[in-house]
Design a protein around this ligand. Structure first.
Ligand code: CUA
Length: 153
């Protein structure tokens, strides 16, 4: 009889533990601090700044350029972009369909693009070269081909 009580208690504690773990992982994983603004995933193409992806010079802000990316299975727009060496750039990205990754190899940029959310990160490209952008969230059959490139010159 007592075994049954302890077994029930044990399983109950396990469920509570797993629930807490699952919920916290979900919130931490899906809501990085940069995910403040939202966008309708179906209207990305007509919503600024995503209606004009690419690099844009800005005035009167803490950064010099804004670099806008739109992710969609299985590509990023733009697929290749040139950034001036030493530029302080705010990278702004979202996805039109499913969750995609946005990892810039050789930098600390690693974002999870979630439909409906806008990811932003400010960074300075102070080393010339080619930076590969990779999708590190499995998004379908073309996942491994999903890349873009930032060329710092
Ligand atoms: Cu997009 Cu994997």
């Amino acid at each position: 009889k007592f075994e049954k009580i302890w077994l029930t208690f044990g399983i109950g504690a396990l469920i509570v533990f797993l629930t807490v773990l699952g919920v916290s992982a979900f919130y931490v994983g899906n809501q990085p601090p940069s995910c403040l603004a939202t966008v309708n995933p179906e209207k990305v193409d007509t919503t600024a700044p995503f209606d004009q992806p690419g690099l844009k010079k800005v005035e009167g802000k803490d950064w010099d350029y804004e670099l806008v990316f739109v992710a969609q299975a299985f590509a990023y727009t733009p697929g290749d972009v040139e950034v001036p060496l030493g530029a302080k750039v705010k990278v702004i990205a979202t996805t039109k369909d499913v969750i995609h990754g946005f990892q810039v190899a050789g930098t600390n940029i690693n974002m999870m693009l979630t439909p409906g959310y806008i990811n932003e990160i400010v960074t300075t490209f102070d080393k010339a070269g080619e930076y590969l952008i990779l999708c590190n969230e499995y998004c379908g059959t073309g996942h491994h081909m999903m890349t873009s490139k930032i060329r710092v010159v």
